[in-house]
Design a protein around this ligand. Structure first.
Ligand SMILES: [Ca+2]
Ligand SMILES: [Ca+2]
Ligand SMILES: [Ca+2]
Length: 226
């Protein structure tokens, strides 16, 4: 019997299918569509049985259905940023901190670990390192703006269990983020800095699209050095 809420089967998430075995009638509880732990974790179904006799008799029972979490959510970065680091700063200086959220309901399906992407096209991989637990990014070299003024860095967020998504080959879910880092020596000349930022924006607009089929927030933050 459908109740008044989703948890009590208002939307016919579950249905009963009767079958007869020898002289016993069974009722199997089946689902009409896939369930999502992140939306509803428990259901509470009222099941009613009636006879067909002249005097109608009936009784009701309650079935509690408790879902188990699977690793179906992908970590997503909460922002996509450009950051600056001053040239001449010592090795190990903190540049920024990235953050990704995994909406899975339980550990380790929602445990996020960060990596610098180890690919040839990742320009920044030799210049920055990332704390795998916190997402803090640090410099590995001392920068010289006259040699190179900006670096593109790709970082990855990965969750902590084999994926339950189709075609995942039991690998964790992961997503990559392109980050533009610029080394600058113009801390006090804000007009010049803004010009530099605009130039970076333009570059990002054309070439900075995420290269994985996962939607990232298009929010791009500016932090003009003060
Ligand atoms: Ca889910
Ligand atoms: Ca996950
Ligand atoms: Ca899940």
């Amino acid at each position: 019997m459908p109740g008044s809420t989703a948890q009590t089967n208002k939307f016919h998430t579950f249905y009963l299918q009767q079958r007869n075995e020898q002289s016993v009638t069974w009722a199997d509880i089946k689902v009409n569509h896939p369930l999502d732990y992140e939306s509803i974790k428990e259901y509470n179904l009222t099941i009613r049985v009636e006879n067909n006799g002249a005097q109608q008799l009936a009784s009701e029972a309650t079935a509690y259905i408790v879902l188990e979490d699977v690793n179906d959510e992908i970590p997503l970065f909460t922002e996509r940023e450009q950051e600056t680091v001053l040239e001449g700063e010592p090795v190990g200086s903190k540049v920024t901190q990235v953050n990704a959220i995994d909406k899975d309901g339980t550990f380790p399906n929602n445990k996020v670990t960060y990596y610098v992407v180890d690919s040839d096209r990742n320009e920044g991989k030799n210049y920055f390192e990332i704390n795998k637990d916190t997402g803090e990014i640090f410099t590995k070299v001392m920068f010289d703006r006259e040699k190179q003024g900006a670096y593109a860095l790709e970082v990855e967020a990965r969750d902590g269990a084999a994926s339950a998504r189709p075609n995942s080959n039991a690998q964790p879910n992961s997503v990559e983020l392109d980050l533009a880092n610029t080394s600058t020596h113009c801390k006090d000349v804000s007009t010049y800095c803004q010009h530099e930022y605009k130039r970076l924006d333009a570059a990002l607009g054309s070439a900075g699209a995420p290269h994985v089929p996962v939607s990232l927030p298009t929010f791009l933050s500016h932090r003009v050095p003060s």
